[in-house]
Design a binder for this molecule. Structure first.
Ligand SMILES: Nc1ncnc2c1ncn2[C@@H]1O[C@H](COP(=O)(O)OP(=O)(O)OP(=O)(O)O)[C@@H](O)[C@H]1O
Ligand SMILES: NC(=O)c1ccc[n+]([C@@H]2O[C@H](COP(=O)(O)O)[C@@H](O)[C@H]2O)c1
Length: 295
């Protein structure tokens, strides 16, 4: 398998011992695929799954709406067929401001996906372990769906591999042009191999964002928001701290969950947002030195 994790781990293995598993799974982990469509409707299309990586602290209607915008875009502009959609909440090690524990973030995403949609799923794989780079997260989906489940089949029984594609806001794509946040091999892996569907976000200039990523332009799909929505988790947290209502900004079960558990009453961790991935990678490397975490 052509995965980052697989290639780095196989380089380290000796010829006598069995190859280590390509990924470290959290305890009791099972890949969720109860809503993954296993048969292609149109055999001529390329099957894809949408993977949205982020904090989701908390998940908002905008996060969910990104998937619906992607569905419309894909139907009108591409030869892809979407067979599944996943929210992949980031690990606690990301330490972004306002990042609630993975336990609560996964619970809220699960309520949102299961109770407001018929096709979205939540993968807790990265949430419940050490920080994983986005390139590795996409490799994990590739591994689970194609290597373990055998991809999808056409009505005639022909098997096809599924391409995981990153679904992200244009602010996230803009960080790909910032020095030090993403490594060059990771960008090549994410944008060259898998591709990204980018949803326009108020305040982040999409054209400027992709200027520095021009060599992967063919794999970067820009989705314009026809109805502007600039809800953000930051604003929701601010409202909650001030005791203001967030109803109708988030799915009702998520609002109820926040109230029942008394969440977001204070500021939480305060590491700078843009340095989240860099800090998490540094801390992980230090822990690896001490032998505490797997690569
Ligand atoms: N209003 C929005 N428009 C477009 N994309 C968005 C919007 N809000 C979030 N996203 C995208 O959703 C993904 C997950 O975002 P994340 O969980 O970081 O939400 P956020 O609202 O940006 O959080 P925070 O406010 O805590 O920084 C990212 O790719 C982000 O770009
Ligand atoms: N090098 C990387 O792989 C890298 C860098 C920056 C952000 N990310 C990811 O992007 C997402 C960003 O989420 P936020 O928008 O909440 O910061 C997270 O899932 C994070 O892991 C990955």
């Amino acid at each position: 398998m052509d995965s980052l994790a697989a290639s780095s781990s196989s380089a380290a293995s000796s010829s006598s011992s069995p190859p280590p598993p390509p990924f470290t799974d959290p305890p009791n982990y099972a890949f969720p695929h109860h809503r993954l469509r296993r048969t292609l409707r149109n055999p001529d299309k390329q099957p894809i799954v949408l993977v949205a990586c982020g904090s989701f602290s908390p998940v908002t209607f905008l996060h969910l709406r990104m998937f619906e915008m992607a569905v419309d875009y894909v139907r009108q502009n591409t030869d892809f067929e979407i067979v599944g959609g996943y929210l992949s909440p980031v690990s606690d090690q990301y330490k972004k401001p306002g990042l609630l524990s993975a336990h609560h973030r996964v619970n809220m995403c699960t309520l949102a996906a299961e109770q407001t949609s018929t096709w979205l799923m939540v993968d807790p794989w990265e949430a419940f372990q050490s920080y994983q780079r986005t390139a590795v997260v996409l490799d994990h989906f590739d591994h689970e769906i194609n290597t373990c489940l055998g991809g999808v089949a056409t009505a005639d029984g022909v098997r096809k591999p599924v391409r995981p594609m990153l679904l992200a806001g244009s602010d996230l794509i803009a960080t790909m042009g910032e020095p030090g946040v993403w490594s060059e091999p990771d960008l090549e892996h994410i944008l060259g191999r898998y591709g990204v569907l980018t949803v326009e976000r108020a305040g982040a200039d999409m054209d400027q964002a992709i200027d520095s990523l021009a060599r992967w332009r063919h794999n970067i799909h820009l989705i314009h928001q026809l109805i502007q929505n600039d809800v953000s988790s930051t604003k929701v947290r601010l409202f909650l701290r001030r005791g203001l209502s967030v109803r109708y900004l988030l799915p009702a079960p998520v609002v109820d969950y926040i109230e029942e558990n008394g969440l977001y009453k204070d500021d939480g961790p305060t590491t700078s947002a843009s340095s989240g991935a860099v800090t998490a990678e540094r801390e992980k490397a230090a822990e690896r030195e001490k032998g505490k975490v797997a690569p």
